[in-house]
Design a protein around this ligand. Structure first.
Ligand SMILES: *Cc1c(COP(=O)(O)O)cnc(C)c1O
Length: 464
């Protein structure tokens, strides 16, 4: 399968190159030139498959020119072997066609494990055959860093360096990263804030020569297509668990960078009978304003009770706009040149094509707290703050729709226990096999907010 850039200047490339490059050289995002298509009959015939076999069926057409089916199966198996639930992504049914898809049984208790476990093993496989070594470099304010470290810690051909702002990450999130003791895992606490960490990473990418050409520097942020690919699978999986409803299904997706819900959109394009995708946002509501009022204007980021969705603009939205504008890359290039500083106004045609498949909803912090309390009262089930936003969207949409609605539960409630100060419910506990992180020794290096110091540290570690 070939991949093309949404900005139309970079050449088309293979899956392998799209994954190893991340962001296209022209600043665009890679999307598949064409998608595989599965009929409802084909999809239904997969209802007896386990998660891994289903994943191979769905992902194989994307990678077949570069990865054998057998290797893909091994990569998938390795990726989900450590999940704490044998179903990998269990589904629970609540009243009135309302379902929850639990995506938090991976090592870091959030759905990002689905993509980052897969990406780590995939990268390891790709560079193995190329005889290359990779340096994964990223900055984190919490979530993505730990999922990336978990995904790469057993990879032979990868060293991973994750920067976090010293003393500015929650204890659980820091300990999820720093209690991993592996020779190829390097946690760096920077004397500075998250923006400082991000600037160091950005400058390192623009000055790759500091690695002296023997290693390839790679980012594992949410625009990497392999992450989207892994996330397509659980849309199909949950459709099968609901019993293949012929009249379609609705998904409600707590949304930040638009990666997860974009995977749902690809599932729809690939033949899954998706009736609507609900884009559920917190008070950082640029996507809700855009879909609802054609107001895509960036605002200062609010610190909300659902911090993994605190964004100013959603990077993956560009991929949807590319389709909404009939893949006119020149137009997208113009639109995106100032996306972080100036408003975008969509044409009526583009907006209505988006509204055919998407509907949006916004939850304030108060609504998050109320939703968690109400759900616990009714069902004795604890939602995490992100999932609560998805559930509010589902309930609102469900008032005028009687087909099954699946809410994606993107994090385990114990990952964000501070909210119990507001809900006054019992503080959710970490799953037993994770409590060790609260006691174990931490490993990290504290460095100054200084580019050379960080680059030298990386060099010293990879040539140990
Ligand atoms: C990252 C994240 C989200 C947002 O997902 P996107 O793909 O960025 O839209 C939602 N919930 C949780 C818990 C997350 O970690």
């Amino acid at each position: 399968m070939r991949f093309i850039s949404t900005r139309g200047i970079s050449e088309s490339c293979t899956f392998e190159d799209a994954v190893l490059t991340g962001l296209a050289p022209d600043g665009g995002l890679y999307v598949p030139e064409e998608l595989p298509y599965f009929s409802v009959d084909t999809i239904s015939s997969w209802s007896e498959l386990g998660y891994e076999d289903l994943a191979v069926n769905i992902m194989y057409p994307f990678v077949e020119t570069e990865i054998s089916r057998k290797s893909l199966k091994e990569i998938v198996k390795k990726s989900y072997a450590g999940f704490r639930n044998s179903e990998i992504a269990p589904m629970l049914e609540f009243q009135n066609n309302s379902w929850i898809l639990e995506l938090f049984h991976g090592p870091t208790l959030a759905f990002k494990d689905f993509a980052l476990q897969f990406l780590g093993n995939l990268l390891d496989h790709l560079v193995e055959s190329r005889k290359e070594k990779l340096v994964v470099l990223g900055a984190t304010s919490g979530d993505t860093g730990s999922a990336a470290i978990e995904g790469c810690q057993d990879c032979q051909n990868i060293d991973i360096f994750i920067l976090h702002p010293h003393n500015r990450v929650s204890e659980v999130q820091r300990r999820q990263m720093t209690t991993i003791k592996k020779k190829n895992v390097h946690n760096i606490a920077i004397n500075g804030n998250f923006d400082d960490c991000q600037s160091i990473v950005k400058r390192a990418f623009s000055n790759q020569s500091f690695l002296k050409g023997e290693h390839r520097l790679i980012a594992v942020n949410s625009i990497n297509f392999a992450r989207i690919l892994a996330q397509i699978v659980y849309y199909f999986w949950s459709y099968l668990r609901v019993g293949c409803p012929k009249d379609g299904i609705v998904y409600s997706v707590p949304t930040g960078n638009f990666g997860d819900v974009f995977a749902g959109y690809l599932a729809l394009k690939m033949g899954l009978p998706v009736k609507k995708l609900l884009v559920a946002t917190n008070s950082n509501d640029i996507l809700h304003r855009c879909i609802n009022n054609n107001d895509h204007s960036p605002k200062k980021v609010d610190v909300s009770l659902a911090p993994s969705m605190d964004i100013m603009v959603s990077s993956n939205f560009e991929r949807l706009l590319f389709d909404a504008y009939a893949r006119d890359a020149n137009l997208i290039r113009d639109m995106m040149s100032q996306v972080s500083s100036a408003p975008i106004v969509l044409t009526n045609h583009a907006l209505s094509s988006i509204r055919e498949n998407f509907w949006s909803y916004r939850s304030s912090d108060d609504e998050i707290v109320e939703m968690i309390k109400a759900y616990f009262k009714d069902f004795k089930y604890m939602l995490d703050p992100h999932t609560a936003i998805g559930m509010s969207a589902s309930l609102e949409y469900g008032k005028s729709c009687d087909c099954p609605i699946v809410t994606l539960a993107t994090a385990h409630p114990s990952k964000f226990p501070e909210i119990s100060n507001q809900t006054l419910l019992e503080r959710p506990e970490l799953p037993t096999n994770l409590r060790f992180i609260l006691k174990n020794t931490e490993y990290f290096s504290i460095l100054n907010n200084n580019q050379l110091e960080v680059e030298n540290f990386i060099l010293q570690k990879i040539f140990h």
